[in-house]
Design a binder for this molecule. Structure first.
Ligand code: BYC
Length: 325
Protein backbone atom coordinates (compact mmCIF):
# COMPACT_ATOMS: atom_id res chain seq x y z
CA UNK A 1 0.00 0.00 0.00
CA UNK A 2 2.85 2.34 0.93
CA UNK A 3 4.68 1.25 -2.24
CA UNK A 4 1.70 2.30 -4.40
CA UNK A 5 1.50 5.71 -2.70
CA UNK A 6 5.22 6.23 -3.23
CA UNK A 7 5.13 5.38 -6.93
CA UNK A 8 2.19 7.61 -7.76
CA UNK A 9 3.55 10.51 -5.68
CA UNK A 10 6.86 10.67 -7.52
CA UNK A 11 5.25 11.97 -10.70
CA UNK A 12 3.34 14.66 -8.80
CA UNK A 13 6.41 16.71 -8.04
CA UNK A 14 7.69 19.51 -10.25
CA UNK A 15 10.47 18.13 -12.57
CA UNK A 16 12.83 21.09 -11.98
CA UNK A 17 12.57 20.69 -8.21
CA UNK A 18 13.03 16.95 -8.48
CA UNK A 19 16.17 17.45 -10.59
CA UNK A 20 17.60 19.96 -8.10
CA UNK A 21 16.84 17.57 -5.26
CA UNK A 22 18.51 14.68 -7.08
CA UNK A 23 21.57 16.88 -7.74
CA UNK A 24 21.91 17.50 -3.99
CA UNK A 25 21.73 13.76 -3.33
CA UNK A 26 24.26 13.02 -6.10
CA UNK A 27 26.62 15.62 -4.63
CA UNK A 28 26.52 13.76 -1.31
CA UNK A 29 24.65 16.49 0.58
CA UNK A 30 22.55 15.55 3.58
CA UNK A 31 18.83 16.28 3.41
CA UNK A 32 17.50 17.76 6.66
CA UNK A 33 13.87 17.66 7.91
CA UNK A 34 13.02 21.26 6.97
CA UNK A 35 14.45 20.95 3.45
CA UNK A 36 12.11 20.44 0.52
CA UNK A 37 11.84 16.78 -0.45
CA UNK A 38 9.66 14.78 -2.86
CA UNK A 39 6.69 13.09 -1.22
CA UNK A 40 7.98 9.71 -2.40
CA UNK A 41 11.31 10.30 -0.64
CA UNK A 42 9.54 11.26 2.57
CA UNK A 43 7.20 8.28 2.44
CA UNK A 44 9.95 5.83 1.60
CA UNK A 45 11.94 7.07 4.59
CA UNK A 46 8.93 6.82 6.90
CA UNK A 47 8.36 3.26 5.68
CA UNK A 48 11.98 2.20 6.09
CA UNK A 49 12.82 4.07 9.31
CA UNK A 50 9.47 3.07 10.82
CA UNK A 51 10.01 -0.58 9.90
CA UNK A 52 13.49 -0.36 11.35
CA UNK A 53 12.21 1.21 14.61
CA UNK A 54 9.51 -1.46 14.94
CA UNK A 55 12.16 -4.15 14.40
CA UNK A 56 14.24 -2.81 17.26
CA UNK A 57 11.22 -2.80 19.58
CA UNK A 58 9.77 -6.17 18.52
CA UNK A 59 13.36 -7.50 18.51
CA UNK A 60 13.43 -7.15 22.30
CA UNK A 61 10.83 -9.91 22.66
CA UNK A 62 12.79 -13.03 21.59
CA UNK A 63 15.74 -11.97 23.78
CA UNK A 64 13.64 -10.70 26.66
CA UNK A 65 12.37 -14.28 26.77
CA UNK A 66 15.80 -15.37 28.14
CA UNK A 67 16.60 -12.63 30.67
CA UNK A 68 15.16 -14.60 33.59
CA UNK A 69 16.83 -17.81 32.42
CA UNK A 70 20.35 -16.56 31.59
CA UNK A 71 22.87 -19.09 32.99
CA UNK A 72 24.77 -16.65 35.25
CA UNK A 73 24.40 -13.23 36.86
CA UNK A 74 26.99 -11.82 34.43
CA UNK A 75 25.15 -13.18 31.37
CA UNK A 76 21.87 -11.83 32.74
CA UNK A 77 23.35 -8.32 33.21
CA UNK A 78 24.82 -8.35 29.69
CA UNK A 79 21.58 -9.54 28.07
CA UNK A 80 19.54 -7.02 30.03
CA UNK A 81 21.83 -4.20 28.83
CA UNK A 82 21.58 -5.41 25.24
CA UNK A 83 17.78 -5.53 25.31
CA UNK A 84 17.72 -2.01 26.82
CA UNK A 85 19.99 -0.84 23.98
CA UNK A 86 17.44 -2.14 21.46
CA UNK A 87 14.76 -0.03 23.17
CA UNK A 88 17.06 2.98 22.81
CA UNK A 89 17.60 2.25 19.11
CA UNK A 90 13.85 2.09 18.59
CA UNK A 91 13.51 5.47 20.28
CA UNK A 92 16.18 7.20 18.17
CA UNK A 93 14.57 5.79 15.07
CA UNK A 94 11.03 6.84 16.02
CA UNK A 95 12.44 10.33 16.66
CA UNK A 96 14.11 10.33 13.23
CA UNK A 97 10.78 9.30 11.65
CA UNK A 98 8.93 12.00 13.60
CA UNK A 99 11.08 14.67 11.91
CA UNK A 100 9.30 13.62 8.69
CA UNK A 101 5.90 14.55 10.07
CA UNK A 102 4.53 11.26 11.38
CA UNK A 103 3.88 10.68 15.06
CA UNK A 104 5.17 7.73 17.03
CA UNK A 105 1.58 6.93 18.01
CA UNK A 106 0.56 6.72 14.34
CA UNK A 107 3.53 4.46 13.56
CA UNK A 108 2.71 2.18 16.49
CA UNK A 109 -0.92 1.93 15.43
CA UNK A 110 0.16 1.04 11.89
CA UNK A 111 2.36 -1.75 13.30
CA UNK A 112 -0.40 -3.15 15.47
CA UNK A 113 -3.03 -3.15 12.74
CA UNK A 114 -0.65 -4.74 10.22
CA UNK A 115 -0.12 -1.77 7.89
CA UNK A 116 3.59 -1.63 8.71
CA UNK A 117 6.16 -4.39 8.85
CA UNK A 118 9.04 -5.32 11.14
CA UNK A 119 11.94 -7.63 10.37
CA UNK A 120 10.92 -11.17 9.46
CA UNK A 121 13.63 -12.60 11.74
CA UNK A 122 11.72 -11.77 14.91
CA UNK A 123 8.92 -14.12 13.96
CA UNK A 124 11.13 -17.10 14.82
CA UNK A 125 11.25 -18.46 18.38
CA UNK A 126 14.30 -18.52 20.69
CA UNK A 127 14.22 -22.04 22.06
CA UNK A 128 17.53 -22.48 23.93
CA UNK A 129 20.25 -20.36 25.54
CA UNK A 130 22.44 -20.95 22.46
CA UNK A 131 19.84 -18.98 20.49
CA UNK A 132 20.98 -15.88 22.41
CA UNK A 133 24.42 -16.54 20.94
CA UNK A 134 23.06 -17.10 17.45
CA UNK A 135 20.87 -13.99 17.59
CA UNK A 136 23.79 -11.79 18.70
CA UNK A 137 26.25 -13.32 16.24
CA UNK A 138 24.01 -13.72 13.18
CA UNK A 139 21.05 -11.37 13.61
CA UNK A 140 23.03 -8.42 14.98
CA UNK A 141 25.78 -9.35 12.49
CA UNK A 142 23.31 -9.06 9.60
CA UNK A 143 21.90 -5.85 11.08
CA UNK A 144 25.39 -4.28 11.21
CA UNK A 145 26.14 -5.34 7.64
CA UNK A 146 22.97 -3.53 6.58
CA UNK A 147 23.32 -0.54 8.87
CA UNK A 148 27.00 0.46 8.52
CA UNK A 149 26.40 1.73 4.95
CA UNK A 150 23.25 3.51 6.22
CA UNK A 151 25.51 5.81 8.26
CA UNK A 152 26.08 7.49 4.87
CA UNK A 153 22.41 7.57 3.93
CA UNK A 154 21.14 10.87 2.51
CA UNK A 155 18.68 11.80 5.27
CA UNK A 156 20.60 13.51 8.09
CA UNK A 157 18.64 12.33 11.17
CA UNK A 158 18.66 8.70 9.96
CA UNK A 159 22.38 8.74 9.14
CA UNK A 160 23.23 10.23 12.54
CA UNK A 161 21.04 7.73 14.41
CA UNK A 162 22.81 4.91 12.56
CA UNK A 163 26.24 6.01 13.82
CA UNK A 164 25.26 5.45 17.44
CA UNK A 165 23.20 2.35 16.69
CA UNK A 166 26.10 0.69 14.84
CA UNK A 167 28.52 1.24 17.71
CA UNK A 168 26.15 -0.55 20.07
CA UNK A 169 25.28 -3.28 17.57
CA UNK A 170 28.93 -4.23 17.20
CA UNK A 171 29.11 -4.83 20.95
CA UNK A 172 25.95 -6.92 20.63
CA UNK A 173 27.46 -9.03 17.90
CA UNK A 174 30.60 -9.69 19.92
CA UNK A 175 28.59 -10.77 22.97
CA UNK A 176 26.68 -13.19 20.73
CA UNK A 177 29.90 -14.59 19.30
CA UNK A 178 31.27 -14.93 22.84
CA UNK A 179 28.24 -17.02 23.86
CA UNK A 180 28.71 -19.18 20.75
CA UNK A 181 32.43 -19.65 21.60
CA UNK A 182 31.59 -20.81 25.12
CA UNK A 183 28.95 -23.22 23.83
CA UNK A 184 30.89 -24.49 20.82
CA UNK A 185 34.04 -25.14 22.90
CA UNK A 186 32.05 -26.54 25.85
CA UNK A 187 30.59 -30.01 26.50
CA UNK A 188 29.26 -32.18 23.68
CA UNK A 189 25.71 -31.20 24.70
CA UNK A 190 26.57 -27.47 24.57
CA UNK A 191 28.21 -27.83 21.16
CA UNK A 192 25.14 -29.66 19.89
CA UNK A 193 22.94 -26.84 21.17
CA UNK A 194 25.13 -24.25 19.40
CA UNK A 195 24.98 -26.20 16.13
CA UNK A 196 21.21 -26.50 16.42
CA UNK A 197 20.90 -22.72 16.93
CA UNK A 198 23.04 -22.08 13.84
CA UNK A 199 20.94 -24.56 11.86
CA UNK A 200 17.71 -22.76 12.74
CA UNK A 201 18.95 -19.16 12.41
CA UNK A 202 21.10 -19.38 9.26
CA UNK A 203 18.48 -19.06 6.55
CA UNK A 204 16.20 -16.66 8.46
CA UNK A 205 19.29 -14.43 8.93
CA UNK A 206 19.92 -14.45 5.17
CA UNK A 207 16.28 -13.39 4.69
CA UNK A 208 16.86 -10.26 6.79
CA UNK A 209 18.44 -8.56 3.77
CA UNK A 210 15.15 -8.73 1.90
CA UNK A 211 14.12 -10.52 -1.31
CA UNK A 212 16.65 -11.20 -4.06
CA UNK A 213 17.42 -8.17 -6.23
CA UNK A 214 15.15 -9.32 -9.05
CA UNK A 215 12.18 -9.29 -6.64
CA UNK A 216 13.06 -6.16 -4.66
CA UNK A 217 10.37 -3.56 -5.28
CA UNK A 218 12.07 -0.52 -3.79
CA UNK A 219 15.83 -0.98 -4.28
CA UNK A 220 16.28 0.97 -7.53
CA UNK A 221 14.50 4.15 -6.38
CA UNK A 222 15.84 3.90 -2.81
CA UNK A 223 19.40 3.57 -4.09
CA UNK A 224 18.99 6.53 -6.45
CA UNK A 225 17.87 8.57 -3.41
CA UNK A 226 20.67 7.08 -1.24
CA UNK A 227 18.09 5.83 1.23
CA UNK A 228 19.67 2.43 0.58
CA UNK A 229 23.37 2.26 -0.23
CA UNK A 230 23.57 -1.36 -1.49
CA UNK A 231 21.28 -3.92 -3.01
CA UNK A 232 19.87 -6.73 -0.87
CA UNK A 233 21.99 -9.37 -2.66
CA UNK A 234 25.21 -7.37 -2.29
CA UNK A 235 24.79 -7.18 1.47
CA UNK A 236 23.72 -10.84 1.74
CA UNK A 237 26.91 -11.86 -0.10
CA UNK A 238 29.07 -9.75 2.22
CA UNK A 239 27.37 -11.31 5.25
CA UNK A 240 27.99 -14.85 3.99
CA UNK A 241 31.64 -14.02 3.22
CA UNK A 242 32.13 -12.68 6.73
CA UNK A 243 30.22 -15.39 8.58
CA UNK A 244 31.36 -18.65 6.94
CA UNK A 245 34.96 -18.34 8.28
CA UNK A 246 33.59 -17.39 11.71
CA UNK A 247 31.52 -20.60 11.78
CA UNK A 248 34.65 -22.57 10.85
CA UNK A 249 36.53 -20.89 13.70
CA UNK A 250 33.77 -22.00 16.07
CA UNK A 251 34.00 -25.55 14.71
CA UNK A 252 30.37 -25.39 13.58
CA UNK A 253 28.89 -26.26 10.20
CA UNK A 254 26.78 -23.84 8.20
CA UNK A 255 23.62 -25.79 7.23
CA UNK A 256 24.22 -25.46 3.49
CA UNK A 257 26.31 -28.13 1.72
CA UNK A 258 26.51 -26.05 -1.43
CA UNK A 259 28.77 -23.45 0.24
CA UNK A 260 32.04 -23.22 -1.68
CA UNK A 261 34.65 -20.53 -2.23
CA UNK A 262 34.35 -19.04 -5.69
CA UNK A 263 37.74 -17.54 -6.55
CA UNK A 264 36.42 -15.91 -9.73
CA UNK A 265 33.90 -13.78 -7.84
CA UNK A 266 36.01 -13.50 -4.66
CA UNK A 267 33.17 -14.73 -2.46
CA UNK A 268 31.31 -17.85 -1.41
CA UNK A 269 28.63 -19.51 -3.49
CA UNK A 270 25.68 -20.37 -1.25
CA UNK A 271 22.08 -21.59 -1.38
CA UNK A 272 19.25 -19.06 -1.52
CA UNK A 273 16.81 -19.14 1.39
CA UNK A 274 13.37 -20.61 0.79
CA UNK A 275 11.69 -17.44 -0.51
CA UNK A 276 8.21 -18.92 -0.21
CA UNK A 277 8.81 -19.22 3.55
CA UNK A 278 10.00 -15.58 3.63
CA UNK A 279 6.89 -14.26 1.88
CA UNK A 280 4.70 -16.44 4.06
CA UNK A 281 6.28 -14.98 7.22
CA UNK A 282 5.73 -11.47 5.80
CA UNK A 283 2.05 -12.31 5.33
CA UNK A 284 1.78 -13.05 9.05
CA UNK A 285 2.18 -16.82 8.96
CA UNK A 286 5.55 -17.25 10.71
CA UNK A 287 5.80 -19.26 13.94
CA UNK A 288 5.56 -16.18 16.22
CA UNK A 289 3.83 -13.39 14.21
CA UNK A 290 0.60 -13.37 16.19
CA UNK A 291 2.44 -13.68 19.53
CA UNK A 292 4.68 -10.69 18.68
CA UNK A 293 1.83 -8.44 17.59
CA UNK A 294 -0.29 -9.49 20.58
CA UNK A 295 2.59 -8.48 22.89
CA UNK A 296 2.93 -5.08 21.20
CA UNK A 297 -0.85 -4.53 21.28
CA UNK A 298 -1.00 -5.38 24.99
CA UNK A 299 1.90 -3.00 25.80
CA UNK A 300 0.17 -0.25 23.80
CA UNK A 301 -3.20 -0.77 25.48
CA UNK A 302 -1.72 -1.19 28.98
CA UNK A 303 0.22 2.06 28.49
CA UNK A 304 -2.82 4.12 27.45
CA UNK A 305 -3.30 5.59 30.95
CA UNK A 306 0.36 6.66 31.07
CA UNK A 307 0.08 8.47 27.74
CA UNK A 308 -3.18 10.11 28.82
CA UNK A 309 -1.63 11.19 32.14
CA UNK A 310 1.46 12.65 30.44
CA UNK A 311 -0.68 14.57 27.96
CA UNK A 312 -2.96 15.91 30.71
CA UNK A 313 0.12 17.01 32.68
CA UNK A 314 1.59 18.77 29.63
CA UNK A 315 -1.74 20.56 28.99
CA UNK A 316 -1.93 21.68 32.62
CA UNK A 317 1.64 22.98 32.53
CA UNK A 318 0.95 24.86 29.31
CA UNK A 319 -2.23 26.43 30.75
CA UNK A 320 -0.35 27.50 33.91
CA UNK A 321 2.43 29.05 31.84
CA UNK A 322 -0.08 30.95 29.69
CA UNK A 323 -1.96 32.22 32.76
CA UNK A 324 1.32 33.52 34.26
CA UNK A 325 2.26 35.42 31.09
N1 BYC B 1 11.46 -8.44 6.95
O1 BYC B 1 11.77 -3.87 -2.08
P1 BYC B 1 12.37 -4.51 -0.88
C1 BYC B 1 17.16 -4.98 13.92
C2 BYC B 1 9.71 -6.08 2.76
S1 BYC B 1 17.57 -5.64 12.41
C3 BYC B 1 10.26 -7.85 6.74
O2 BYC B 1 13.73 -5.09 -1.01
P2 BYC B 1 13.33 -2.40 0.89
C4 BYC B 1 17.64 -5.65 15.15
C5 BYC B 1 9.89 -4.60 2.43
O3 BYC B 1 9.56 -3.78 3.54
C6 BYC B 1 16.28 -5.38 11.24
N2 BYC B 1 9.93 -7.23 5.59
O4 BYC B 1 12.30 -3.47 0.35
C7 BYC B 1 18.69 -6.53 15.14
C8 BYC B 1 8.93 -4.46 1.27
O5 BYC B 1 7.60 -4.44 1.73
P3 BYC B 1 6.68 -3.06 1.74
C9 BYC B 1 15.88 -3.99 10.94
C10 BYC B 1 10.88 -7.17 4.63
O6 BYC B 1 12.65 -1.59 1.95
C11 BYC B 1 19.07 -7.19 16.28
C12 BYC B 1 9.07 -5.79 0.55
O7 BYC B 1 9.53 -6.71 1.51
N3 BYC B 1 16.75 -3.33 10.02
O8 BYC B 1 16.46 -4.02 13.97
O9 BYC B 1 13.99 -1.66 -0.22
C13 BYC B 1 18.39 -7.00 17.46
C14 BYC B 1 9.99 -5.73 -0.66
O10 BYC B 1 11.37 -5.62 -0.28
C15 BYC B 1 12.15 -7.71 4.81
C16 BYC B 1 16.25 -2.52 9.06
O11 BYC B 1 15.07 -2.34 8.92
C17 BYC B 1 12.43 -8.37 6.02
N4 BYC B 1 13.61 -8.97 6.28
O12 BYC B 1 14.49 -3.29 1.56
C18 BYC B 1 17.32 -6.12 17.49
C19 BYC B 1 17.28 -1.83 8.20
N5 BYC B 1 12.87 -7.49 3.69
O13 BYC B 1 7.36 -2.14 2.77
C20 BYC B 1 16.94 -5.44 16.33
C21 BYC B 1 16.71 -0.81 7.28
C22 BYC B 1 12.07 -6.84 2.84
O14 BYC B 1 6.70 -2.50 0.35
N6 BYC B 1 15.88 -1.39 6.25
N7 BYC B 1 10.86 -6.65 3.40
O15 BYC B 1 5.33 -3.51 2.21
C23 BYC B 1 16.37 -1.76 5.03
O16 BYC B 1 17.55 -1.70 4.76
C24 BYC B 1 15.36 -2.23 4.01
O17 BYC B 1 14.08 -1.81 4.41
C25 BYC B 1 15.35 -3.78 3.77
C26 BYC B 1 14.28 -4.07 2.70
C27 BYC B 1 16.71 -4.24 3.27
C28 BYC B 1 14.99 -4.53 5.03
Amino acid sequence: MYAQMVKSDVGQDDPARLAAFQARIDAGEKIEPKDWMPEGYRKTLIRQIGQHAHSEIVGQLPEGNWITRAPSLERKAILLAKVQDEAGHGRYLYCAAETLGVSRDALTEMLIDGRMKYSSIFNYPTLTWADMGAVGWLVDGAAIMNQVPLQRTSFGPYARAMIRVCKEESFHQRQGFDIMMKMAKGTAAQKKMAQDALNRFWFPSLMMFGPSDKDSVHSAQSMAWKIKMNTNDELRQKFVDQTVPQAAYLGLTVPDDTIAWNAAKGGYDFAEPDWSEFFDVLKGNGPCNSERIAARRKAWEDGAWVRAGMLAHAEKKKARKMAAE
